[in-house]
Design a protein around this ligand. Structure first.
Ligand code: PLP
Length: 399
């Protein structure tokens, strides 16, 4: 079972052990990352730009971490730019490739993460044309649809490698080839793909690729952008010329080392973990479908991440279900975003054509390298009764 334990609640009672099935939100910090960070958190001088020997030690450590990230990506270390996370990597790719002042046409898919979607909205508000390519009901972006969206003035196409909600994997190599034929740049958000997929073919096919540390069990607030050598990218963060002027700001030595160690761990564990976790996910999904009526699985007809199970229950409120599961010691996620207290249907589920009556009852269960049979058993023990309880109580959400 995932080794997370509640540390007690407000009333001094201890919480039940946590079954953590929310790895797509964040993977708990791994021991390797914690150990790599520890010496740099207490007392060490750690500005890698300092000329003295302490600074040089920090510089060597940071460059070692850059090499570890590069190994996971399958690229040269100089192509890795550290960022404050996946969001900054995506923003840098989009604003950086569209130029300053921005110009040209941008293509994205209808199921991008807000870290891509919002920069696209901002560029549209500045007067640029943005095309959103639709996805099929299987959650897959058709390379032909991308080809049709391309224009002579298209500067950048950004299509995510794996969707964070339903886990579908996109045919990145084919899409990138079509984009390059048309003379445009290609970026992929590989934040969710990174723990599970060999990134080398994606890196080889792309000009820009984003990853995030905390999805790989590294520290929060750290990530990286792969930048193909020779690509002219306008920096988002300007400052003291760090990272060759591609990302200003004093390097976060400890976080970079934690991220590097997490990448090395992923490289060691990924290929063994992926098929094992896919087996757990398949059992979880099959048993939910068998044990509860009025349920549908999303993204299951396409190639997808091995760890993600996304289901929608009819006549059920996903947010209320997540709260029920939480009370039972299960940390999961609803598929719907809740902004300013108002629940909205997930744009991703709408884009893949999930019928209206299923939209409010979304639940995402995402597994990690540490997940085991006991986690799946506990989730299966709780879900049917929790869904029934909410239905009996008439707790339905309507979007
Ligand atoms: N892109 C995808 C697909 C994500 O799932 C996330 C985080 O959930 C991000 C980008 C943002 O990454 P970060 O949390 O490191 O800013």
């Amino acid at each position: 079972m995932t080794a997370l334990r509640g540390s007690g609640n407000l009333f001094g009672m201890s919480s039940p052990p946590i079954v953590y099935v929310d790895y797509n939100a964040s993977a708990p910090l791994c021991a390797e990352a914690a150990a790599a960070m520890e010496p740099w958190l207490s007392g060490s001088v750690s500005n890698p730009s300092s000329a003295h020997r302490s600074g040089q030690r920090a510089r060597a450590a940071v460059e070692g971490a850059r090499a570890q990230v590069a190994s996971l990506l399958g690229c040269e270390p100089m192509a890795v730019v550290f960022t404050s996370g996946g969001t900054e990597a995506d923003n840098t790719a989009i604003f950086g490739a569209m130029g300053w002042p921005p110009r040209g046409h941008l293509v994205i898919s209808a199921i991008e993460h807000p870290a891509v979607l919002e920069p696209a909205v901002a560029l549209h508000e500045l007067g640029l044309e943005v095309t959103r390519v639709a996805v099929g009901t299987d959650g897959r972006v058709d390379p032909e649809a991308v080809r049709e969206a391309l224009r002579p003035d298209t500067r950048l196409v950004s299509i995510m490698a794996a969707n964070n909600e339903v886990g579908t994997l996109q045919p990145i190599v084919e899409i990138a080839a079509a984009v390059h034929e048309a003379g445009a740049l290609f970026h992929t958000d590989a934040v969710q793909a990174a723990p599970w997929v060999d990134l080398s073919p994606l890196v080889a096919a792309s000009d820009l690729l984003s990853v995030s540390s905390h999805k790989l069990a590294g520290p929060l607030g750290m990530g990286a952008l792969y930048v193909r050598p020779g690509i002219d990218l306008v920096p988002l963060m300007r400052g003291g010329g760090q990272q060759g002027g591609r990302r200003g700001g004093t390097e976060a030595t400890a976080s970079m080392l934690g991220f590097g160690a997490a990448c090395a761990r992923a490289l060691r564990q990924r290929d063994q973990a992926a098929p094992r976790v896919a087996g757990l996910r398949d059992r979880l999904e099959a048993s939910i479908v068998e044990g509860v009526d009025g349920v549908r699985c999303n993204g299951a007809r396409a190639a997808r991440l091995p760890n993600t199970c996304h289901v929608c229950f009819a006549r059920c409120d996903g947010n209320a279900l997540v709260a029920r599961l939480d009370l039972e010691g299960i940390a999961a996620s609803a598929g719907s975003a809740c902004a300013s207290g108002v629940a909205h249907a997930s744009p991703v589920l709408e884009a893949i054509g999930v019928p209206r009556e299923y939209l409010p009852g979304a639940l995402r269960l995402s597994l990690g390298y540490e997940s085991g049979e006991a986690d799946v058993d506990r989730v299966l023990e709780v879900i049917p009764g929790a869904v029934r309880g909410l239905r009996d109580a008439g707790l339905e959400a309507v979007f």
